[in-house]
Structure formats: structure tokens, C-alpha cells
Design a protein around this ligand. Sequence first.
Ligand code: UD1
Length: 341
Amino acid sequence: MRVLVTGGAGYIGTHTVVELLGQGHEVAIIDNFDNGSPVALDRVRELTNGPMEVHEADVRDTGRITRIAQDFRPDAVIHFAGLKAVGESTQKPVEYYDVNVAGSLSLLRAMEASDCGRIIFSSTATVYGEPEYLPYDEAHPIRPISPYAHSKVMVEQVLNDWAAASDGRAALNLRYFNPVGAHPSGRIGEDPNGVPNNLMPFLAQVATGARDRLRVFGEDYDTRDGTGIRDYIHVVDLARAHVAALDRAAATSGAEVYNIGTGQGYSVREMHAAFSRVVGRDLPIEIVARRAGDVAEMSADCSLARERMGWQARLGLDDMVESVWNWQSANPHGYRGSDAE
Ligand code: UD1
């Protein structure tokens, strides 16, 4: 298939493009390089020989992305481009709604102008909010609490209406749990701007010595060891979920929603222990107060993705942690390292 990938230079985007090219798809990428790197795409080229074109463009630039879509004529779009820091979204709500919501509307206009009727959307498990029960299934009530989560809910709603408006359209909303890990080559991985917000990249920077210690946000949660539990999913498994979703979108119509996780939760202490084991020394930690907005536990019921898309996660905790360390130790400064200069 011909697949247009927005945000293809980012963390999940690059891993997905590698899987797409490996499966024989043709790819065109749109990225404004706000939180993605051209170096990452050079490395994607190194890993694969497939056909990939790259356009530096902002998804909100409807005229530009329409021309790109009309030239490329995609069979499907995978839409990653967006802002994703929950805390920042409360400081810059207009920016978040503009990029995430207006950007998605702009993309749908470009799709309509190029007769593309299939979209896979990068949504988040954060849309569920405080759990009423666990694991969350797709029927769990939606209670977004941040502008970021609201922006994702809004786009899901737009896609529901868009898919219903015309026969033959398909929109798959993939609600990601906690993506971690890196490509086994160690050539691509997560490279956050500034101080990492998320646990795994932070732990990785403690392991290289770039940060002095991990601050554990609370150990008084009602969980097995008092620290927060999350459903971490290897980014390569997540990338493969998008390849499966393309086939599903070609075989169905209307809007669908899928949880993408493993079903297995790990606590902060368990992640810290696993990372320390791989690095070979006990990484320093400090227990601090809870982070506002964090829930005690999240985990996914992923049976719908297995039943309807034939997809399930295959990689476990060791693969996640080892691949992060492999990437981080080879690229302590991410893509800003030696071969980027
Ligand atoms: C966060 C986002 C979520 C996003 C996801 C991407 C929030 C509230 N949610 O999820 O929308 O989809 O990242 O992966 O920000 N922790 C520490 N110390 C740290 C960092 C994290 O103890 O320095 C703990 C957290 O309290 C939590 C766990 O580690 O229990 C995971 O945190 P994180 O990686 O930030 O992911 P989420 O908060 O689950």
C-alpha cells in the first residue's frame, strides 16, 4: 500500500516506517521536525531499502499537505503528528488544540482532496482517566482530564463522524498505553527534547550519568509495592500494530477503537529493578511526592485488537529494557550525537 505517515520522524513514527518498509509498503512522510529528527530518517534509510519520500511540512498547512497527498495518492494515512506532553498541555492549551485538533482537520481535508478514505490515528489510553475498573477495555467511560487528553478525544470524535459520513471510509483510533523500547539495531530510539517527562527515557539518562537519580513519584499508591503501575508496550510491537491496522482498515468501514498494550503491568520499582539489572548496577533513586494527574494503575484489555486485527504484543520486559539501554548507551545524546554533527 501507499501510506502517508504524518510525524514519521518521531519516536513511534520512525519505528513504524521501518516496519512498513519491511512489509513492502511505500511511504511518504510529513514532519515539521519539531520533535522529530532528519538524522532519525537517515537511519531509517540505513535500516531499510524501501521507497520513502520525506516532506518537511506542518500538518496545519492545508494547502501544502493537500499538494503532497494529491501527488502521492495514498491508500491510507497514519497520523502521528501532534503534541504529547500532558503537563505542557495545561500551560499551552491553545497550542495543543491547534496542532492536535486543527492539524487533524487539515489532514482530513487533504485526504478528501486526494480521495483517501482510510486513517489510523495515534490516540492514547489517557483518554480513559481515573479507572472505574481494570484492565480498561474499549467500552470503559472516557474522562479526559488534561487538554492533551481532551484534544485526542476530540479528534476521535471527528474521525467517528468523518467515517460515518461516506461509504467506504475507515478510521481506526489506536489508544496506546506506555510505549517504551527501541529498535534492536540500536540506531533509532526515543530522543526527548530537554528533561524527559516519562519514566523510561529518564531511567536511561540516569544510567548514562546524564541525570543523577530517578525521582519516584510517590510510593503510597494502593499497588503491590506502592509505586505506580503501567502497561508498557515495546515500540516495535506498537509499530507492528499499525501495519495490522492498515489491513484491518482495508477490510472494514466506519470508525473503530483499539487498545494497544500488553495486558501486563509493571510498577516503577519493577522498571527500576529491571533497568538496574541490565546496566549491572543499582541506579540511584529518591522517593518524592506524587505527580499531579497520575493514576495508581493502568492496564489494557487488548483482546479486541487480537480478535479483529490479529495483532498482539510479543516482546516482554527484558526486550524493552535491553533495547533502551542498547540505544541509549550507543547514543547518549540521542540524534544530537557525533554523526548528527
Ligand atoms: C504519560 C502521559 C500519557 C502519555 C504517556 C506516554 C501523564 C499524566 N500521562 O503517561 O498521556 O500517553 O506518558 O508514554 O503524563 N514516574 C516516576 N518518575 C519519573 C517519571 C515517571 O516515578 O521521573 C512514574 C509515574 O508516576 C508513573 C510511571 O512512572 O507511575 C510512568 O510514568 P510516565 O512514563 O510519565 O507515563 P504515564 O504518566 O503513564
